[in-house]
Design a protein around this ligand. Structure first.
Ligand code: NAD
Length: 340
């Protein structure tokens, strides 16, 4: 039996990606939709064959719904904590969109509540299911560039719509860093298979649209063995998307590393030769949902779990603290160790 999903929040990502992806999964099935607008929920439910319709008030009654095994939360960031906890209390597994929550404290509580209620928690790091990024990881692991020394990762896209929750601090928890810089941070971690020890950040906002949240962020991360990474993200510029990993024997560049529609160009330089291969971005969201369903069916802890989301939030918080205090900040993973 496929795992039954309730999609919570019917915004752009749910409508454009999650619901269509659920039509292509093998181990997963859309059974319910949850929205503040019941008419919209009924219309979308009918379109995608979901018979169970909930709004935010009736959400807790999914506890009694045998067709809902798991929820996929695609709400503004500030709502991830509440809906994860409510879903866990209803005994439903949780696939929560990135960023996991607005603070490490919320992340910890989400992990605790999911454990207490014996449900699985996965964070929607769809890039973990992307073939181009897998290739970059494989090349580094195989020693294709020798010892990695530097990573330069960037993700920017202009985001200025006045009614956009991403520009409201209470709903978003922060600006470009929380929303898109997180991809760069996560990439540095999966490319090096390690965690940064210290962070420095600089933040600026140059337009009225970004009065409440960071527009531009430049962060420096120091990893073990002296490997340095820069993370560069902005809500004020046109699209920039990719990273370069410099090593003792060469470099890898991945262009279009983070979006979900552009073919990835993975270039490898060794000596004087540069080779470039293109990778289809793949069906990342369907693969991610099916992977979570397989974890549920086999009772396996998902790889991008709550601890993975918590680590990124700890790093983000350290970058913001560094920017505020004007100094380098050690990244403290004590809460990860206690939650592990
Ligand atoms: P969106 O604005 O398009 O949709 C948000 C939904 O939440 C809407 O249906 C809206 O009605 C609802 N909502 C409920 N309460 C709200 C409130 N108080 N204010 C505003 N909206 C409210 O946003 P989105 O782009 O779909 O993003 C939703 C989540 O998905 C975010 O956490 C975002 O980071 C994540 N996301 C992930 C990816 C990815 O590639 N994994 C891509 C885009 C968005």
């Amino acid at each position: 039996m496929p795992v039954g999903y309730a999609v919570v929040g019917l915004g752009n990502f749910a409508l454009d990606r999650i619901l269509p992806a659920l039509m292509r999964t093998r181990h997963s099935k859309l059974t319910a939709v949850v929205s503040g607008d019941l008419n919209k929920a009924r219309r979308i439910g009918a379109k995608y064959g979901a018979s169970r319709i909930y709004n935010y008030d009736s959400f807790d009654s999914i506890k009694e719904d045998p067709d809902v095994d798991a929820v996929h939360i695609a709400l503004p960031n500030s709502m991830h904590w509440e809906y994860t906890v409510r879903a866990a209390k209803a005994g439903k597994h949780v696939l929560c969109e990135k960023p996991m929550a607005n603070s490490p404290a919320e992340c910890l509580n989400m992990i605790e509540e999911c454990r207490k209620n014996n449900v699985k928690l996965m964070i929607g790091y769809r890039v973990h299911f992307d073939p181009g990024n897998h290739e970059a990881i494989r090349l580094i692991e195989d020693g294709a560039i020798g010892y990695p020394k530097f990573i330069m990762a960037a993700f920017s896209q202009r985001t200025t719509e006045p009614d956009q929750w991403r520009l409201n601090f209470n709903l978003s928890g922060g600006g470009a860093l929380m929303d898109i810089g997180i991809y760069c941070i996560n990439a540095c971690r999966y490319l090096l298979d390690n965690e940064p020890e210290s962070a420095m950040g600089m933040v600026s906002s140059t337009e009225p649209a970004f009065a409440e949240v960071d527009e531009n962020v430049l962060a420096l991360l120091q990893f073990p063995e002296g490997i340095l990474a820069s993370v560069n993200c902005s809500y004020g510029t046109r699209r920039v998307d990719g990273y370069v990993v410099d090593g003792s024997e060469g470099w890898i560049e991945v262009r279009s590393a983070f979006d979900y529609w552009t073919p990835r160009e993975v270039s490898l330089r060794r000596g004087d030769s540069i080779t470039t291969r293109k990778f289809d971005p793949g069906d990342q969201v369907a693969a991610e949902i099916d992977y979570f369903s397989e974890c549920i069916e086999a009772n396996i802890e998902p790889a991008p779990n709550g601890l993975e989301g918590l680590k990124d939030m700890i790093i983000i918080e350290s970058i913001y603290r560094s920017a505020r205090d004007g100094c380098r900040v050690p990244v403290n993973y004590q809460s990860v160790a206690s939650a592990a």
